[in-house]
Write a protein that binds this ligand. Structure first.
Ligand code: ADP
Length: 484
């Protein structure tokens, strides 16, 4: 197969910068597509953590003014792979997170920051910023959403790469008011319904979805759901209008990072043949969270604490979970009201419920290796990764029947259990009754050690490595390149 070059444009990339699943996917993709003849180079913003982590950097392009501020594109290698970075201190050299300050308030100039990023990405992909032109530009989420617009409306020259827009989460669309349009340096014709205009303002994700040659989202189930108002969140009409370009490709997990047989973050490594060793990890989780040790079911949660993730419903159900003999260890950060509700629940049940409001990658691995079941009551979930990690680590996923969760977990109903196909518990709706019933089912199943082990082993045998999805992305790029 001839080599296809792809510029992967995203605001996060594990292990350099991560706030959620997007980073895991962008970090894993280059290795996943490489065996299929694809040379992928990520392009990310130069946040302080990124600039610090990268060693030798070479400037390949300089902007006196990139939408108003000086910037450079630098090329580096990370873990033996190429990476390109937008070094623009005025936009990205700040304390806090990629999108918000240390207090969690969104940066007021997020529109301009990521417009500048998209402008530079378009220049790079077209071969006008110090690198060879790329065959394909792959834009991820709203932060990269304007890239196809810059290519269509404001990139002169011969080469126009084909574009892929991937939606990792429809809830974040990047919408900015009409006043913002002049700052984009796009021609007036771009402010149209075919272009970046959206409800009188500028829609970043809308522009990407409307202008890309192909649109993907991160599971087949979510690709169906976003055709409806409930999940399409305003973009359903555009999605339906372009559905012949839309496909759902489920995320994989990176076995170099998530492998219970060789995970340095675990107290004891294990395989499906040595599941009893999980007890050592269970004791370590109990210790880390100051929970009473015990053989009863230990539920874990690793999540952003938001409405999307159903964390408000979880709070309501905690007393019931404890009443059934369960314990809960929760790791996450997010909405202040949800954090407060969880702390209150932990206060009511010392030794049985504990919450750690932090971002702790190593602890998240230990929880997957020691928890009995991971709770994921999401109201919507484009793909979800924590249920895939749960499968790989024998931490049985208890998940809402939506999006990628429904695509990747087989419910332990009678038929599936007797066919030895079950890998977890699915429930609907996301309500007190729905989640409480699912937890009761989990507690009951956990009491039947033989069945529980079969579910664990079936999950551990499921193949959610990147092999299949890497090939599917590569096929999509190859199809687009042929059309060029
Ligand atoms: P989303 O991207 O919507 O947050 P995903 O399930 O796709 O949800 O991905 C979440 C990723 O972030 C997973 O890798 C999960 O382990 C990780 N994660 C979330 N919260 C924390 C936390 N507090 N500490 C460590 N890892 C976390």
């Amino acid at each position: 197969m001839p080599e296809i070059s792809v510029l992967s444009v995203a605001s996060e990339c594990w292990p350099l910068i991560k706030t959620g699943g997007l980073a895991d996917v962008v970090g894993a993709l280059p290795a996943a597509v490489e065996p299929h003849g694809v040379a992928m180079t990520p392009f990310i913003p130069g946040y302080p953590a990124v600039m610090k982590a990268l060693g030798r950097k070479r400037a390949i392009h300089k902007y006196e003014s990139l939408l108003g501020s000086p910037a450079r594109i630098v090329s580096a290698r990370h873990e033996d792979r190429p990476i390109l970075v937008l070094d623009a201190p005025a936009y990205f050299d700040r304390d806090g997170g990629p999108y918000s300050d240390a207090m969690g308030r969104d940066w007021l100039d997020n529109g301009l920051r990521f417009a500048a990023f998209a402008r530079a990405a378009a220049d790079l992909a077209a071969g006008q910023a110090g690198a060879k032109p790329f065959d394909i530009l792959h834009a991820h989420d709203w932060q990269a959403g304007l890239t196809p617009a810059y290519l269509v409306y404001a990139t002169p020259g011969e080469h126009r790469p084909k574009t892929v827009m991937t939606i990792h989460n429809m809830a974040f669309q990047g919408y900015f008011g009409r006043d913002f349009f002049p700052r984009l340096s796009l021609p007036q014709t771009a402010f149209s319904i075919e272009g970046v205009e959206y409800h009188g303002g500028v829609g970043f994700l809308k522009a990407g979805v409307g202008l890309a040659d192909a649109i993907t989202t991160v599971s087949p189930g979510y690709a169906e759901e976003i055709r409806t108002p409930q999940f399409g969140m305003g973009l359903e009409g555009l999605i339906v209008g372009r559905q012949d370009r839309l496909s759902g490709i489920v995320n994989g997990i990176d076995p170099a990072i998530w492998n219970p047989a060789a995970d340095a973050a675990l107290a004891a490594t294990f395989t499906a043949e040595t599941l009893t060793k999980r007890t050592v990890n269970k004791r370590a989780v109990e210790k880390a969270f100051a929970l009473e040790p015990g053989d009863g079911p230990l539920f874990v949660v690793v999540s952003r604490l938001t409405w999307q993730k159903g964390m408000d419903v979880l709070i309501e159900v905690i007393d019931h979970l404890v009443g059934l003999g369960g314990r809960l260890a929760l790791l996450g950060t997010g909405d202040a009201a949800i954090e407060a509700g969880l702390h209150a629940a932990a206060g009511r049940h010392p030794g049985r419920v504990a919450i750690r409001t932090a971002y702790d990658e190593a602890l998240s691995h230990l929880m997957q290796g020691g928890g009995d079941a991971i709770l994921i009551p999401s109201r919507f979930e484009p793909c979800g990764l924590t249920q895939l990690y749960g499968l790989a680590y024998g931490c049985v996923p208890v998940v809402a029947r939506t999006g990628g969760l429904a695509d990747t977990i087989v419910d332990a109903n009678l038929a599936a259990v007797s066919a030895d196909a079950a890998t977890g518990i699915l429930f609907a709706p996301v309500s007190y009754e729905g989640l409480a019933h699912a937890i009761a089912r989990a507690v009951r199943l956990h009491g039947d050690a033989e069945t529980w082990q079969r579910i664990q082993k079936r999950g551990m045998a499921a193949d959610y490595s990147w092999a299949r999805s890497g090939k599917t992305y590569a096929q999509l790029y190859a199809r687009l390149k042929e059309q060029a």
